[in-house]
Design a protein around this ligand. Sequence first.
Ligand code: FES
Length: 183
Amino acid sequence: MSTARILVVDDEADIRDLVQEILSEEGYAVEVAANAAEARAACARQAPDLVLLDIWMPDTDGISLLREWQQSAGVECYLTVDRAGDGWDANVGVVGSLFKKPGVQVPVNNTIAFVCGPPVMFNTVIAELIKRGLRDDCIISTLERHMKCGIGKCQHCAIGRTLVCNDGPVYTYRQIKTLGEQI
Ligand code: FES
């Protein structure tokens, strides 16, 4: 089986380096890009299996780059905001409302869902993903909101016998269910 390729796009070098180090240790082939131009070049060389894309970047922001890939590379991208400002031309509504849009499908045999946000969003989106047949080990989220010191001292992040800062903060939904965490 070939190694999955991940492209990390972030203008902050510290974040790029950290994410690259973590993912490389997990066995992924990781390429990094500091801006949209480098990301375009990396994708032109070889399409990655996954892109981790920063939104706030100085030249072309992540949303604009996504829209560009939507036009040129056939990437399906559905954007939504709770409240739209001037100039917003994508969906307005909670994340769960995207499931009701025509054409939105979740190909369960080929999907990993990364779900990050407030508990109310998490619960709604997870319920929808499960209803559509996604396995709970293919749903990934973070419990980072429980953390304070981040170094295993304050116990603020304790859920049962688990310290989120040491053992997480990223968990599959299958793991989260075993923690007894009310999310
Ligand atoms: S955040 Fe302090 S112990 Fe985990």
